[in-house]
Design a protein around this ligand. Structure first.
Ligand code: FES
Length: 157
């Protein structure tokens, strides 16, 4: 098991998993933050499931670890505390409500903007929580605030 925080495997293009804490602790607090391979993430424990995502909101970098979790259209979402954007915990999709302007009496419908927040993988082993960063090649809006000058935690090296 490699817990030394080493960087992405250049041959496989995969990140090694990193231990971020104990299962008992996150079950009490229902969320925790961690730095995984120099990237800040938040891990939520919600209704018996774990979800990890970039900590800074894709919209303007708001602190998602300080948001509330609410259901929208039957989907648990983190609500960003800055401008109230809704992001699904499971997939990182941005949700919004739309109405048909030609039928203003119609009930607003929940729609997806697509995946906006990068989701990472959480695994539990022997009471420890591990996060593996996503290496999905698509460009995700939250990458902007997770890398480069906007990254909050600077590398100590
Ligand atoms: Fe999150 Fe604006 S920064 S909604």
């Amino acid at each position: 098991m490699n817990l030394d925080g080493s960087a992405q495997d250049p041959e496989k293009g995969e990140y090694s998993f990193v231990c971020v804490g104990r299962e008992d602790d996150i079950k009490k607090s229902e969320r925790m933050t961690a730095v995984v391979h120099d990237r800040e993430v938040v891990i939520f424990y919600h209704r018996g499931e774990y979800h990890a995502m970039d900590i800074r909101c894709y919209h303007s970098g708001g602190p998602l670890h300080l948001g509330d979790i609410e259901d929208f259209d039957g989907r648990p979402c983190i609500v960003c505390p800055w401008h109230k954007y809704k992001i699904t915990l499971a997939t990182g999709e941005g949700l919004y409500q739309s109405i048909n302007p030609k039928d203003p009496s119609a009930k607003p419908k929940w729609c997806s903007k697509g995946i906006k927040q990068r989701i990472h993988t959480v695994t539990v082993d022997d009471g420890n929580i591990y996060v593996t960063l996503s290496n999905e090649p698509f460009k995700c809006d939250s990458d902007f605030y997770a890398t480069g000058d906007f990254k909050v935690i600077k590398s100590s090296s």
